[in-house]
Ligand binder design. Structure first.
Ligand SMILES: Nc1ncnc2c1ncn2[C@@H]1O[C@H](COP(=O)(O)OP(=O)(O)OP(=O)(O)O)[C@@H](O)[C@H]1O
Length: 515
């Protein structure tokens, strides 16, 4: 029996399955339409929920008016039905899961978050004795009156928001803006970086959560043209270019958007000033610039801090000196002044006789100065000449002579920065957890994003001339003698260091390497 029963039962199941499949095939268009109609209904419900109460009346009136016009039009009802079927078919199609998720609307928890955020904004945007019957921001108001668009991350945190604000809000005043931005950032979740875009013409504020910048990029040979230096890496849409780089923990080269600083005769910002808080990575930035500069030019380092962070560069090919004493800094800068003048003279003579400027008068010369304020302070105490005075010549005339000056200083030494340094360093970098005011003081414009929490070393902003303020992550370029730094990063720096003539020369007795 059982031997017969099984084939019969199997055959029956097969028959039922085939029948059901056939039915499903026939009913498939209907199912799609039903599913689509359901999704359209959800969409309409969500839109309705999001529409502020005061706009619901006009919206309803518009819908009814359109319906009436369609009804009165020749073939109007037919067109309406056809459009509805087409829309239902489109929304009900397969793979529309994402659309459904997107349109499902906010859940209870998300609605509560939006309402809490709205209420927190009321003291900032509400006007006492507002004459409107239903003010945009009021203690008994709903978030739908002010929030136009929003997005939540899969973890349920707000990741984008566009809100309206009343015309009386003083959006032209940075302090007022900052208060609102700080509140939004705090309420939307700390530990993330936000970008705020104020549309003063339309009274709209857009907040977006920024993806963290890559921190795993270490020193390496970046793909750049002569005269280009990679200061670090920024957000995708902020610059038009990408460069392939090796990133720790990722296979193969990754294309990332760089902040490229151009120096040379045609550069409008031939000198750079980097400011930061202690430990923010300004010395690391100088080391990164030095390693790139040594590919095509010569470098002179003056380390006012005297911490020995540039010792790895001493006696390397292309390094003219690494000075950390006041006497050494003065002697070096005096040489730089003479060298700048020599180059200018050589270039001018060559041009007068219609010849090309000789190579030794235009090859890039980099003067990297870490913490000049310390040297200035020392010079004042010892009654000596301020070394920063000597920097005036390369800063003023360096562009035509192929001399670039890079200065790194901490905020506490800002007051001691010379006038020429302030005036001629048009490429600016600010690193570390700085306030918007500090960033604006350095960059000339406050960054659109902020306030950053848990700023990693080497993170900050860059601005080249009058260009936009860009977020910046400097590549990890540790001192190879710093045992606290990662071995891989130190090794990457070691690999880029030029040889030490006389010290690293191959042993003449050693056998020649085979091909
Ligand atoms: N871009 C970066 N990526 C990874 N680590 C960094 C980066 N920049 C700096 N660091 C690390 O942070 C620490 C401080 O860096 P650095 O010495 O450059 O800071 P600083 O601003 O010059 O401060 P200070 O003058 O007080 O030393 C070092 O351990 C360094 O390796």
């Amino acid at each position: 029996m059982s031997r017969w029963a099984l084939p019969w039962r199997g055959g029956g199941r097969q028959f039922v399955r085939t029948g059901a499949d056939g039915m499903l095939d026939v009913l498939y268009p209907v199912l799609v339409l039903v599913r689509g109609a359901g999704r359209l209904a959800t969409l309409a419900k969500t839109r309705w929920k999001r529409t502020p109460k005061e706009r619901r009346g006009p919206a309803l009136f518009l819908v009814v008016a359109c319906g009436l016009v369609l009804w009165l039009m020749p073939y109007g009802p037919l067109i309406a039905v056809a459009s509805f079927v087409a829309a239902a078919a489109w929304y009900g199609r397969e793979r529309a899961g994402e659309i459904v998720e997107e349109d499902e609307g906010p859940g209870e928890d998300e609605l509560a978050r939006l309402q809490a955020l709205y209420e927190a904004l009321v003291p900032y945007f509400a006007m006492p004795d507002d004459p409107h019957a239903e003010p945009m921001y009021a203690h008994d108001g709903e978030w739908g009156r002010a929030f136009e668009e929003f997005e939540f991350s899969p973890e349920g945190r707000l990741s984008a928001l566009r809100l309206r604000y009343p015309a009386h809000f003083r959006d032209g005043e940075p302090e007022e803006r900052l208060r609102v931005e700080q509140l939004l950032a705090a309420k939307s979740g700390r530990g993330r970086e936000y970008r705020f875009a104020w549309d003063e013409e339309r009274n709209r504020l857009e907040m977006t959560v920024l993806a963290p910048l890559l921190t795993g990029i270490h020193a390496q040979r970046f793909v750049t043209a002569p005269g280009e230096t990679v200061l670090g890496f920024t957000d995708g849409g902020a610059v038009r270019r990408t460069v392939p780089v090796a990133v720790a923990g990722m296979d193969g080269a990754v294309d990332v958007p760089p902040v490229v600083w151009r120096t040379g005769a045609r550069s409008t910002e031939p000198h750079l000033l980097a400011m930061g808080v202690p430990g923010s990575g300004t010395s690391t930035l100088l080391r990164s610039v030095a390693l790139q500069a040594l590919r095509r030019g010569e470098v002179l380092v003056v380390d006012g801090d005297g911490g020995g962070e540039f010792a790895c560069l001493a006696a390397r090919r292309g390094v003219l000196g690494v000075e950390s004493s006041l006497a050494g800094a003065l002697a070096s800068f005096e040489w730089v002044v003479r060298e700048t003048e020599r180059r200018l003279l050589a270039a001018s003579r060559a041009r007068q006789v219609g010849e090309q400027v000789p190579e030794d008068a235009r090859s890039p010369l980099w003067v990297l100065v870490d913490r000049p304020a310390v040297l200035t302070h020392l010079a004042r105490a010892e009654g000596q000449r301020d070394p920063q005075e000597l920097l005036q010549v390369p800063l003023r005339h360096g562009r035509a002579a192929g001399v670039s000056v890079v200065v790194a200083e901490q905020f506490e030494g800002a007051e001691d920065l010379g006038q020429a340094v302030r005036a001629y360093t048009r490429a600016r970098v600010v690193l570390g957890p700085v306030t918007r005011d500090q960033a604006r003081a350095v960059l000339g414009e406050a960054p659109q994003s902020g306030p950053a929490a848990d700023t990693p070393p080497g993170r900050g902003f860059a601005r080249l001339g009058t260009g936009p303020v860009l977020r910046l992550q400097v590549p990890a370029t540790p001192d190879p003698y710093d045992e606290a730094a990662g071995e891989a990063e130190r090794e990457a720096v070691r690999a880029l260091l030029p040889d030490r003539p006389g010290l690293d020369d191959p042993d003449p007795e050693a056998p020649l390497p085979t091909a």
